[in-house]
Design a protein around this ligand. Structure first.
Ligand SMILES: [Zn+2]
Length: 152
């Protein structure tokens, strides 16, 4: 994924602001033969609740180790994105006091077309940021984060 330093900073700031809870958001951009270009970082609310946890038949989890983007928010952003001739190229979320590696849950709910950016924090400060994408076997492979000067 091709990003600017400013965009990365926005994601990091969001993660630090929401700590010790997980932050989340959508990555809007363009997919070109040269790669996925990030155009805009769309912060979203972490809508994880106990009701959602029960709906998904998951035993444990709070907003400190789970995130959930409400379907109506996703739809809304999809519509706005399409109107601007962009696409949702991925999702980002944070791992408070954890590594920037996808969890089993992250893998389970991931969609093949999206890139997944994960921000690791330690005691409220960002320590790492990594990007992942599913391969044909639904396994996460790391995707390079390439810094560019100007967004295209
Ligand atoms: Zn995660």
């Amino acid at each position: 994924m091709i990003v600017t330093a400013l965009q990365l900073q926005q994601i990091k700031s969001h993660a630090e602001l929401i700590y010790p809870n997980e932050c989340c958001g959508l990555l809007l951009g363009k997919i070109t033969p040269e790669g996925s270009f990030l155009i805009e970082v769309q912060e979203t609310e972490n809508s994880w609740t106990d009701e959602i946890r029960e709906d998904l038949f998951i035993q444990t989890g709070t907003t400190r180790d789970r995130f959930y983007i409400a379907p109506k928010v996703l739809l809304q952003v999809q519509k706005q994105t399409r109107a601007r001739q962009l696409v949702i190229i991925g999702v980002y979320h944070s791992h408070p006091d954890h590594l920037a590696i996808p969890s089993a849950m992250d893998q389970e709910i991931a969609w093949p077309e999206y890139s997944y950016m994960i921000v690791a924090l330690n005691q409220g400060k960002v320590t790492d940021i990594k990007c992942w994408k599913l391969d044909q076997d639904h396994q996460f492979q790391s995707e390079e984060i390439v810094l560019t000067e100007v967004p295209k």
